[in-house]
Design a binder for this molecule. Structure first.
Ligand SMILES: [Zn+2]
Length: 98
C-alpha cells in the first residue's frame, strides 16, 4: 500500500497530512487543490453499509457480550480512520460522482 500523490507535481502526501479532513486537500509542495477521484468516492460509499451489514451478521452469529462489542466497534472505527489515507487517489479537478 502506498499513499496518494499530487496529480500536478507528484508530491507524495504524508500519512499525517491525510489523516484529518474530508474532500479536497491542498498540496503542500505546489499548492494545488487535490480532489478524491469519483471512483474512490464511489468505493467509499459502500464501506459504511458493508461494515454495518457485516456487524449485524457477526452479532447474530457470535452474540458477543455488550462489554466486548463496543470496544471492538471503537477499535474497528479507529483502524478504518488510520488506514483510510492508503485508499485515497487524487485528481486535479473535482469529478462528478455519477
Ligand atoms: Zn503538488
Amino acid at each position: 500500500m502506498k499513499l496518494p500523490h499530487c496529480s500536478r507535481c507528484n508530491y507524495f502526501f504524508k500519512w499525517r497530512e491525510l489523516l484529518i479532513g474530508f474532500g479536497q486537500r491542498k498540496c503542500p509542495e505546489c499548492g494545488a487543490y487535490q480532489y478524491i477521484t469519483a471512483q474512490k468516492r464511489r468505493q467509499g460509499m459502500w464501506i459504511g453499509p458493508a461494515a454495518a451489514l457485516g456487524t449485524v451478521v457477526i452479532v447474530q452469529l457470535v452474540d458477543p457480550p455488550f462489554s466486548v462489542l463496543w470496544p471492538f466497534a471503537v477499535l474497528v472505527v479507529i483502524l478504518a480512520i488510520l488506514v483510510n489515507p492508503f485508499f485515497l487517489e487524487f485528481t486535479e479537478k473535482e469529478e462528478p460522482l455519477f
